[in-house]
Design a protein around this ligand. Structure first.
Ligand code: C5P
Length: 225
């Protein structure tokens, strides 16, 4: 429980790819007037920077050094790398796969810890990722594990791509999601898992609005009366 003393409160939302956690987390942050951190964007931007600079995606030491000096900024929904917008580039499936590869390296995860924790500022932070509640903010005031059936997650991702006028193949998307889930859940370092103190929110049959309302209700339920 946040008592107004010490650190700003954190709402940590973890879950698999395309579960809708990013949209839900951003909307909850907006509703509460809290800061928002998309931790996946940090891994994606680091992978993108590594590809640009020719750093091998399995070179933990070089990637960790790059992670420490990365000029990365978030502003108004856009991500800036070395002062240049990179939002579209880091959203590609290729960037997601590369992010997942480097995210399996313990040196990379360690190098990004302080950067992620620096987003914890008053009046509070809502953050989403894979290990926000388990590793980065183990003392978060509210932890949510947001999940949805893999068919439904694939269908949502497919719809997003088609709406953007991009080519998409539903079966391929589902295969990619399964592969990324497996990589994220089976790695030794900070694997994707629901911690015992995280509340489960299955959004398979839920709209974004409903999911946002549930998280806000849980948050209100934790406030002192
Ligand atoms: O959430 P998003 O799909 O943008 O994340 C991209 C990849 O970054 C994930 O597949 C995962 O491997 C990694 N990641 C992570 N820990 C986080 C956030 C993302 O390992 N907290």
């Amino acid at each position: 429980m946040h008592d107004g003393v010490g650190q700003a409160p954190v709402i940590a939302i973890d879950g698999p790819s395309a579960s809708g956690k990013g949209t839900v987390a951003a909307r909850v942050a907006h509703a509460l007037g809290f800061h928002y951190l998309d931790s996946g964007a940090i891994y994606r931007a680091l992978a993108h920077a590594a590809l640009q600079r020719g750093v091998a995606l399995d070179d933990g030491a070089a990637l960790a050094a790059l992670a420490r000096q990365l000029d990365l900024r978030f502003d108004g929904g856009e991500t800036y790398l070395d002062g240049l917008p990179c939002g579209a580039a880091i959203r590609s499936e290729e960037a997601g796969r590369a992010a997942s590869r480097i995210a399996a390296l313990p040196a990379v995860r360690a190098a990004l810890l302080d950067r992620q924790r620096s987003f914890r500022r008053p009046p509070g932070l809502v953050t989403d990722g894979r290990d926000m509640g388990t590793v980065v903010f183990p003392d978060a005031e509210l932890k949510v594990y947001l999940d949805a059936d893999v068919h439904e997650r694939a269908r949502r991702r497919y719809k997003q791509l088609i709406e953007k006028g991009l080519d998409a193949n539903l079966d391929q998307i589902e295969q990619d999601l399964r592969a990324r889930d497996a990589l994220d859940a089976q790695r030794a370092s900070a694997p994707l898992r629901r911690s015992a103190d995280a509340l489960l929110l299955d959004t398979t049959h839920m709209s974004i609005d409903e999911a946002v309302s549930v998280v806000l209700r849980w948050w209100e339920g934790r406030q002192p009366r």
